[in-house]
Ligand binder design. Structure first.
Ligand SMILES: [Zn+2]
Length: 172
C-alpha cells in the first residue's frame, strides 16, 4: 500500500478535480466506511440529496466510486450503497508517485552535477557555475560578490525523499 499521506493527498486532489469541494467531503466520508447510501451522505455533509447524487455520479463517471443496488424489502425501492474504487485510486496514486520520483531524480542529477553560487542575500537567487561566470561572480540583483555554496543538504534531502517514495511503492 502506498503511504497513507500520499493516498490522502491524492484522494483529496482527485475528488476536487472531479467534483469540487463537495466531492472532497463525500470522498472523505466514503474513505472511512466500507459503504454509505446517498441519504446517509446527504445527512452527514448537510448537502441536499440532489447535490449528493450529482457528486456521486461524477465520481462514478471518473471510476472513483461505485455502487451496489439493493431492493428494500419493505418499500420495494432501490437503495444505493456507494463505495470508493480503492484499486483505481491506488493505481492512480502509484502512477503519480512514480512521476514525482522521476522529477526528483532529475533534480538530484542537476544538484550533483553542478556547483552553485550565491551572495547570501535571502531575496537573491542561486546561480550555477555558468550563470555565475557570465556575471563575473557578482550578484546582478544586489551587487554583492557570489561565493560557492554547499548543496549537500539539498542532495541529502532529495535522496531521502526519493528513498521514501520508492519504499512506498514497494509496500503496495
Ligand atoms: Zn544578491
Amino acid at each position: 500500500m502506498t503511504s497513507l499521506f500520499s493516498i490522502v493527498e491524492t484522494l483529496d486532489g482527485l475528488a476536487r478535480e472531479v467534483a469540487g469541494e463537495e466531492g472532497v467531503k463525500v470522498v472523505k466520508l466514503l474513505a472511512q466506511k466500507s459503504s454509505m447510501t446517498d441519504e446517509e451522505l446527504a445527512q452527514k455533509t448537510e448537502l441536499n440529496l440532489n447535490k449528493i447524487r450529482k457528486v456521486l455520479y461524477r465520481l462514478y463517471d471518473a471510476r472513483l466510486a461505485t455502487y451496489r443496488r439493493v431492493r428494500d424489502s419493505e418499500t420495494g425501492w432501490f437503495v444505493y450503497y456507494w463505495q470508493l474504487e480503492k484499486n483505481k485510486i491506488y493505481e492512480f496514486a502509484s502512477r503519480k508517485t512514480r512521476l514525482v520520483i522521476k522529477v526528483l531524480k532529475q533534480r538530484l542529477n542537476f544538484e550533483e552535477n553542478n556547483v552553485f553560487f550565491e551572495c547570501g542575500n535571502e531575496s537573491c537567487r542561486r546561480l550555477n557555475f555558468d550563470e555565475a561566470f557570465d556575471v563575473g561572480f557578482t550578484c546582478q540583483n544586489c551587487g554583492a560578490p557570489l561565493t560557492q555554496i554547499d548543496n549537500s543538504q539539498i542532495i541529502e534531502a532529495l535522496k531521502k525523499e526519493i528513498r521514501k517514495l520508492e519504499k512506498s511503492l514497494e509496500e503496495k
